[in-house]
Design a binder for this molecule. Structure first.
Ligand code: WT7
Length: 643
């Protein structure tokens, strides 16, 4: 909070920026008219009649307007004569490549849409997508969008059990998966998990992309190969136009209970904000930039800043299948050099990993094509921010720290690279058209220098339209905390500095942020107690120098279960990986005799966090039994395990 360094925009960038400081004034003069102006960046088959219909907490944007999202992302660019422009420079982990122009993308999306129709998918049907980072993931999402069939992409790192829960909640009819993808030099099977997930559900067809060529189980009558069904389709598909509020996707994210929330996004407003923010924050020049968002399509970043925003803006982008250290730790920089990447968007945890690997790795590559760097997913510490600017950006490239959420659909708080003097560690200010504030417990805005909760004070076009199948949970989770003011509660703590800039301080609820992935403490706890050895579990996120937070679990064993130290920890970690996915494996598991609880029986995670972070204990007076903490401390360290 005492950060005094400022980095003004480079003159060349500022002089040619897509968006200038005037946008703030235009948006504050008339916020709705401002968003209407941005919506006109898209092609509409029929104009909207009402820009915003706001019946708190339910919003409809651009009602009466009709559009096709896939046509906006692909066809209109081909029609305008850009068919030969590269849309995707795809790089497989083993080094195989595919170059997909906008004309080719149109063909592939049309073929996939025709195939999905043949397999019985109709507008409104839910399609699950469980794919590695291959072009077919993009084709599939756009084919669904083209048909008005909402997709639900599940990150390939989630387990069969996690996929099954999402398939069932979405009541999906079809699943698109692959024989696998390449990860860390090996084929990584997805099909076996997909089979386990769909057994006994409403999924009628499984469309399987052949990627690795590995032998995988195949169920005749239900499973069909992409190469058999999609490749033979016509490259012509006449698009249907849908209302701006047609559901576009459901994306599951962790909340404070064990059941993930299906965040629902719709079409016109979402695409407007994804495209506008991509244009404004990344300053994309479609004729010259090469843009790379190193996220996975399984997360919202991949939805908004690989698929929908960049393609709506006719970006040429890099898409990479694998991990940053395969086959060597310079793989990212080799890709930047090879394709002349000019804009790179990645997460703080990745940046800190690169810092750990050493300055000499990026120094071995020509990174002079870069002109803009972005960060997302968790607070970026000033040290990592400066390293990113110096060692990747050559000390001359602006770094934009972008705050948003699965729920917000698109970037909300971020510098504008041609306008803002950037401050290391701060996401700074709400974008034009966005209204955010930091408020105290009673919902009153804090003065400069004060801290509190981040809220969004006006509806925005990309906002979630609800939680799939659970309107009550939607109202309760986001709109009840500051109901009197009608503010959206983001779940993040924040501070306003003396300039009024916003600093994000992490979650204030029982949600952890591990490597930029959102994981609920309750979800991991319920996975742990489903293991036969565990009677009770409490999970906290402890500060971790690389991953932001690490998962630390305190478990009470069942009578008869032995504390086998590292063996037990390994068993429980595997159990969590099976229940949720490897990303949710606890960093550390501590066997304890008791858990600290209040008189009403609520676990005091704050005290466990103190233990996990080796701090002296905070206030213990509300504990039902204050000797519990001595018992826990006496047992440290117990079973633990690391990857
Ligand atoms: C949570 C949302 C947005 C795409 C990736 C994560 C944290 C996100 C930042 C940032 C500080 C950030 C917040 C937020 N977060 N970006 N720039 N600075 N914190 O999406 O999984 O929906 O998680 O990630 O805690 O609430 P998500």
């Amino acid at each position: 909070m005492r950060e005094n360094r400022r980095f003004a925009p480079p003159a060349a960038l500022a002089g040619a920026a897509n968006v200038t400081g005037d946008a703030y004034a235009a948006a504050s003069a008339d916020r709705i008219a401002f968003w209407e102006e941005q919506a006109r960046r898209l092609d509409w088959e029929r104009p909207w009649t009402t820009a915003l219909d706001w019946r708190p907490p339910f919003a409809r944007w651009f009602s009466g307007g009709r559009l096709n999202v896939a046509v906006n992302a692909v066809d209109r660019h081909v029609a305008a004569g850009h068919g030969d422009q590269v849309a995707l420079h795809w790089e497989g982990e083993p080094g195989d490549t595919r170059t997909i122009t906008y004309a080719r993308l149109q063909d592939e999306v049309c073929k996939a849409a025709n195939a999905l129709s043949e397999l019985g998918v109709r507008a409104g049907d839910r399609v699950m997508i469980y794919l590695p980072m291959i072009p077919e993931a993009v084709f599939s999402m756009l084919a669904c969008a083209r048909l008005g069939a909402p997709h639900s992409v599940v990150f390939g790192g989630f387990s069969a059990e996690a996929l099954r829960n999402r398939v069932e909640d979405a009541r999906a009819r079809l699943l698109i998966t692959a024989d696998g993808g390449f990860r860390r030099g090996r084929p990584n099977d997805l099909k076996t998990a997909a089979d386990e997930a769909v057994a006994g559900t409403g999924v009628e067809k499984v469309l399987v992309v052949r990627r690795t060529g590995a032998e995988v189980p195949f169920t005749a009558g239900r499973d069909v190969w992409w190469q058999d069904v999609v490749d033979r389709q016509s490259t012509t598909h006449v698009p249907e136009y849908f209302d701006a509020e047609q559901p576009l996707f459901i994306l599951y994210t962790s909340g404070t209970t064990a059941k993930p929330k299906g965040i629902l996004h719709t079409s016109g407003g979402y695409l407007t904000q994804a495209a506008y923010t991509h244009h404004a924050v990344f300053d994309l020049k479609p004729d010259t930039d090469v843009y790379w968002c190193a996220a996975d399509v399984g997360w919202v970043t991949g939805h908004s800043y690989i698929v929908y925003g960049p393609l709506a803006n006719r970006a040429t982008q890099v898409m990479y299948e694998g991990t940053p250290d395969t086959p060597h730790r310079g793989r990212f920089w080799e890709i930047v050099q090879k394709y002349g990447v000019s804009i790179l968007y990645t997460a703080p945890t990745t940046i800190r990993t690169f810092m750990k690997w050493g300055d000499d790795v990026p120094a071995g590559f020509d990174l002079s094509s870069l002109r803009l760097l972005g960060s997302v997913g968790e607070p970026i510490n000033p040290e990592a921010w400066i390293w990113y600017r110096e060692h990747i950006g050559g000390g001359r490239v602006p770094v934009v720290d972008t705050w948003w959420q699965t729920e917000t659909g698109a970037i909300m708080i971020s510098p504008l690279p041609g306008v803002t003097a950037c401050k290391p560690g701060s996401a700074q200010a709400a974008l034009p058209g966005i209204a955010a504030d930091v408020v105290d417990d009673s919902g009153t805005p804090v003065p400069p220098g004060g801290g509190g909760y981040l809220v969004l004070t006006e509806p925005w076009p990309g906002m979630l339209r609800g939680i799939w199948g659970d309107p009550g949970r939607y109202a309760d989770t986001y709109w009840s905390r500051f109901a009197d003011q009608g503010y959206y509660f983001a779940g993040d703590g924040a501070k306003k500095d003396e300039d009024g800039d916003v600093w994000l301080l992490g979650r204030v609820d029982d949600v952890m942020n591990v490597s930029g992935h959102r994981i609920s403490t309750t979800e991991v706890e319920s996975a742990l107690v489903s293991a036969p050895q565990v009677a009770e579990a409490a999970v906290v996120g402890a500060t971790d120098p690389t991953t932001g937070q690490g998962i630390v679990a305190f478990v009470i064993l069942r009578g008869g279960a032995a504390d086998k130290g590292a063996v037990l920890a390994a068993e429980l970690r595997e159990h969590v990986a099976r229940e949720i996915g490897p990303i949710a494996k606890p960093r550390q598991i501590l066997v304890v005799p008791e858990l600290p609880k209040t008189r009403s029986g609520k676990i005091m995670r704050r005290l466990l966090r103190d233990v996990a972070e080796n701090r002296s204990l905070g206030d213990v007076t509300t504990l039902q039994d204050s000797s519990v903490m001595d018992l826990i401390s006496a047992r440290l360290p117990s079973a633990s395990g690391e990857d």
